[in-house]
Design a protein around this ligand. Structure first.
Ligand SMILES: CC(C)[C@H](C(=O)O)[C@@H](O)C(=O)O
Ligand code: SF4
Length: 467
């Protein structure tokens, strides 16, 4: 029987097969690191008197605790400053490459690496971060790991783990005009639930996926974790190769030709069997917005806030009740009637150049609604910021009344100065809307850059079609 893409990458990295159901030992090609989940791993190595086994297969950046304004001044938050100086000291001591704040290639860990051509088809890639699934957009087997596993990979460049089950997510047909990659993944999570992908690697397939750009594919794979999956993958193709060509760390010359020959083999065999399959019709999709406190509590923008009794499952009903209370929403309220206070365009889900272009195109010639307190536009990496400035996007954002920021995780999570205050409601292009995610008592609605931009103009949750 044939093999799926994930099974092929797994087999190509098998150091040792586990006996009688024991975990396999898997070789890890690349580990990405940031300031939050690396200190303990470095300390573990130090205490054991070890050094990294392949230091050239490790690379770090600063992204979670970094400010996005006044980056040349001392970090206003002592804990954040300590996190960042600790990473700098550790990388210096152990010889790990680091792109710190202020470096031309600094950025969110899941944005800077693909842009450097470090993320390549067929690789195994890990990071102490749950959105490492982003890199599966290139046909890599990429997944988040815990701090003790970060230490294990530093010391051995391997990981002990059991193979993931495989789930095909088929999306055929053509996407309607105002439907984006973010809407696809929010619809998938709403369909299979935040636990639907538990133990699986999801392979996104079908014409609608093949027609997507690499930025859009990264948006989809990024949120695989929000469906409970370990990883998300898309088979590499000409779109992938064109994105990677001539990037700093991509293979060059003869090595490029050899790499592309191998990369072309990385697709699921026609006779391969997935453990599960889910199918959505692209034509059925529309812009999606979350109403609740997990990424699965979302509805099409034409819908309304559901009532707890709409949920047959008792657990879901109780979760909906709690979510409505936390979000301060009434069942039956049309999504388009919900006013927001703040708009955040950024994160490793939707902070790339295509996302900024979409938002700028919608915001051009408009001003932010008077009812909107703040619009933050935060590029996912410094290179993206420079690219956006070359294209004049920053001028559009500033003319609109938005704040144009330096690269970082920013308001995606409340771990740096970019936070919401209690009760403040945002429309956010990030990937999590948990209670307190963007700051204590914050209320987050997840949506695409197009919906965020249209909402910034109208003040209530909107799509460009509403302008
Ligand atoms: C800080 C890090 C461990 C965390 C994660 O991995 O999810 C963060 O990136 C997030 O998005 O909440
Ligand atoms: S942008 Fe958000 S989701 Fe992505 S790595 Fe940073 S905190 Fe995590």
């Amino acid at each position: 029987m044939g093999m799926t893409l994930a099974e092929k990458v797994w087999a190509d990295h098998l150091v040792r097969k586990g006996d009688d159901g024991a975990p396999d030992l898997l070789y890890i090609d690349l580990m990405l690191m940031h300031e939050v989940t690396s200190p303990q791993a470095f300390e573990g190595l130090r205490l054991a008197g070890r050094t990294p086994r392949h230091v050239d297969q490790l690379i770090a950046t600063e992204d979670h605790n970094t400010p996005t304004v006044d980056i040349d001044r001392p970090n206003p938050d002592e804990t954040s400053a300590t996190q960042l100086t600790t990473l700098e000291k550790n990388c210096k001591e152990f010889g790990v490459r680091l792109h710190p704040l202020g470096d031309a290639d600094q950025g969110i860990v899941h944005a800077f690496a693909p842009m450097l051509g470090l993320t390549q088809p067929g690789m195994t890639i890990v990071c102490g971060d749950s959105h490492t699934s982003t890199h599966g957009a290139f046909g890599a087997l990429a997944f988040g790991i815990g701090t003790s596993e970060v230490e294990h990979v530093m010391a051995t460049q391997t990981l002990s783990l059991k193979p993931f089950k495989t789930m095909a997510i088929n999306i055929d047909g053509d996407l309607p005009a105002d439907v984006s990659a973010k809407d696809i993944i929010l619809a998938i999570i709403a369909k299979i639930g935040t636990g639907g992908g538990q133990g699986y690697v999801l392979e996104y397939r079908g014409k609608a996926i093949e027609n997507l750009s690499m930025d859009a594919r990264m948006t989809i794979c990024n949120m695989s974790i929000e469906a409970g999956a370990r990883a998300g993958m898309i088979a590499p193709d000409e779109t992938t190769f064109a994105y990677l060509k001539d990037r700093p760390h991509a293979p060059k010359g003869e090595l490029w030709d050899q790499a592309v020959e191998y990369w072309k083999t990385l697709k699921t065999d026609d006779d391969a069997q997935f453990d599960a399959e889910v199918t959505l019709r692209a034509e059925d999709l529309e812009p999606f917005v979350t109403w609740g406190t997990n990424p699965g509590q979302g509805v099409p923008i034409s819908g309304s806030v559901p009532a707890p009794e709409d949920f047959a499952d008792a657990t879901e009903r109780a979760a909906a009740e709690r979510a409505l209370d936390y979000m301060g929403l009434e069942a039956g309220t049309p999504i388009r009637d919900i006013p927001v206070d703040t708009v955040f365009i950024g994160s490793c889900t939707n902070g790339r150049i295509e996302d900024l272009r979409i938002a700028a195109e919608i915001m051009k010639g408009h001003k932010k609604a008077d009812s909107i307190h703040r619009v933050l536009v935060v590029p996912a990496s410094s290179r993206i910021r420079l690219q956006a400035e070359e294209e004049g996007l920053d001028q559009i954002f500033k003319g609109f009344g938005a704040e144009w920021r330096n690269a970082g995780c920013s308001m995606c999570l409340g771990m740096n100065p970019d936070k919401l205050v209690v009760g403040e409601r945002s429309i956010s292009t990030s990937n999590r809307n948990f209670e307190g995610r963007q700051g204590k008592g914050s209320r987050t609605h997840l949506a695409s850059p197009a919906v965020a931009a249209a909402t910034a103009i109208r003040g209530t949750i909107s799509t460009p079609a509403d302008l």
